[in-house]
Design a protein around this ligand. Structure first.
Ligand code: NAP
Length: 487
């Protein structure tokens, strides 16, 4: 049985993380006149992934007019796909204009959150002390913990080594021999920049990726002025990008009409940019397009064709003091960059979340993370997740999904204020799980490839198998019947 907390007009809310999700949550609370929240941020600034990823060439491969808040449209983007500094600047601007800084505790890591059944509140433990809250909103994201591979000899390397999401800017790569391990979206963005300055670059590729062109465009002063003066034009552009994702890219992932079209587009891109048939063969994926995250980039292939860049496909045997030893021999390096992705299936780690009856979330999720609508978990009352399990997209803007989730949480607040802590019913979770499994069956992600969308046992724990529009529809209004309430 849940116990009743004392009635309060504005629940006290802990938000974990100050990236797109945490800021969106805080802004909507501010707009609703609810100021009783605190954002806990382990880093030294707001921005989340856009504060962490500062590698050369970092940017978003979703157009920023869509990859931004719908309620905070911005006409000053200097190009279709702006770089990381501009996106970070946008988020910092949002934090400033909504007055979120004074509510944000930087350099404060949440280590645990424990539900106290007597008070019906959460004890949030942080590196700065403990505090009680009515509601916990996790906005920790899926791509916040760098994954370092487990290659023998890594600690023996004599040069500098770092992960792409922790770029060491004190290391000048000019004239150095650089080894990059990994070739996903992050590597594809910085490889062209590194290749320009390095003496030699080895790209260690384990699996080739599908790559489609990135039709970037500069938005000059006149375009920006037009977008500023004509909000309808800006809105129409945003809608167009959104619906292109929904109607052309989504079907390519769901075995629909465009699968062959997008695949042919990717192959044409490869043929146009890589003339050497042997290199082309090594860069041609042997699995369906979309199974892994598609790389969207127009500079990646040209960088790989440079005479001072080698794509190394011989498996890595070990790291040695002089560089990387593959099964074919030694590749000398002064610097190793691990572009090896993130620990994506360990949602909410390393925060220890303890719910009703002493249930530990990481143990509940030992076979794979799951949450009702990606937002709520049985036996964890008043805990809400943003960008939680099965809410990542391969075809559209994650900021859109976050806004849907925040609207849902906002819709829950009056219920939990009136009726005490709310906890999703196991039956609702079962129905959700079944519908997810059915929808997952038609998606390309299960089609014989390894990817960060899945956990170790091959279950797709990260991606949402429907369109973003469908997700908006089903999260529009909370259904109280799906929840148990303390009162
Ligand atoms: P990733 O896509 O997970 O790529 C990791 C790379 O490391 C893969 O090439 C992987 O090879 C390789 N790798 C991992 N362990 C290895 C090992 N032990 N030995 C050799 N190679 C190993 O990571 P990411 O490039 O950082 O991108 C992660 C996600 O972040 C993207 O998919 C995307 O969603 C997001 N992102 C977005 C943007 C954007 O513009 N919106 C930009 C960057 C990143 P295998 O493929 O063989 O596993």
């Amino acid at each position: 049985m849940l116990t009743s907390p004392r009635t309060r007009v504005s629940p006290k809310i802990a938000i974990i993380g100050a990236g797109f999700g945490g800021l969106c949550m805080a802004i909507q609370l501010e707009r609703a006149g609810i100021h009783s929240y605190t954002i806990f941020e382990k880093g030294s600034g707001v921005g989340g992934t856009w504060r962490d990823n500062t590698y050369p060439g970092a940017g978003c491969d979703i157009p920023s007019h869509l990859y931004s808040f719908s309620f905070e449209r911005y006409s000053s983007w200097t190009r279709r796909y702006p770089g990381q500094p501009e996106i970070l600047g946008y988020l910092e601007g949002c934090a400033d204009s909504y007055g979120l800084r004074s509510k944000t505790r930087l350099n404060t890591m949440v280590t645990a959150a424990e539900f106290d059944e007597t008070s019906g509140r959460w004890r949030v433990r942080t590196t700065a002390g403990d505090e009680m809250f009515d509601v916990v909103v996790s906005a920790m994201g899926q791509l916040n913990r760098p994954h370092l591979p487990d290659i023998p000899g890594m600690s023996s390397f004599a040069g500098a080594a770092f992960h792409s999401a922790r770029w060491d800017h004190s290391r000048d790569l000019t004239g150095r021999r650089v080894a990059v391990i990994g070739n996903g979206s992050s590597a594809a963005q910085f490889i062209p920049k590194v290749a320009e300055v390095a003496a030699h670059l080895d790209v260690f590729q384990r699996t080739p990726n599908w790559v489609v062109p990135k039709p970037d465009a500069v938005f000059g002063a006149r375009t920006r002025a037009a977008l500023h003066r004509l909000p309808l034009l800006q809105r129409a552009y945003r809608e167009w990008v959104f619906h292109y994702g929904e109607n052309t890219l989504y079907p390519a992932l769901a075995g629909g009409w465009s699968a062959d079209l997008v695949r042919r587009r990717a192959l044409e891109h490869l043929h146009a940019q890589v003339q050497d048939p042997e290199l082309r063969a090594r860069l041609t994926p042997g699995y369906p397009l979309g199974c892994k995250r598609v790389v969207i980039d127009s500079d990646f292939y040209p960088a790989l064709t440079r005479p001072d860049v080698d794509v190394v496909t011989d498996p890595i045997a070990r790291i040695v003091p002089e560089g990387v030893r593959t099964v074919a021999g030694l590749r000398e390096a002064d610097v190793i960059v691990y572009a090896t992705g993130f620990r994506t299936s360990e949602f909410l780690a390393p925060v220890r979340i303890v719910g009703r009856g002493g249930r530990v979330l990481s143990e509940e999720w030992k076979d794979g993370a799951e949450a009702y609508l990606g937002i709520a978990v049985p036996r964890f009352p008043n805990l809400f997740l943003l960008y939680g399990p099965n809410t990542n997209l391969g075809h559209n803007s994650i900021v859109f999904m976050i806004e849907c989730q925040v609207r849902y949480v906002m819709g829950c607040l009056p219920h939990l204020t009136a009726r005490g802590p709310m906890e999703v019913r196991p039956e609702a979770m079962d129905t959700w799980r079944r519908s997810l499994e059915r929808a997952m069956g038609r998606m390309v992600w299960q089609a014989g490839c390894a990817s960060w969308y899945k956990n170790d046992s091959g279950r797709v724990t990260n991606n949402w198998p429907g369109t973003a529009s469908l997700y908006r529809r089903i999260t529009r209004t909370p259904r109280p019947r799906a929840f148990r309430f303390a009162r």
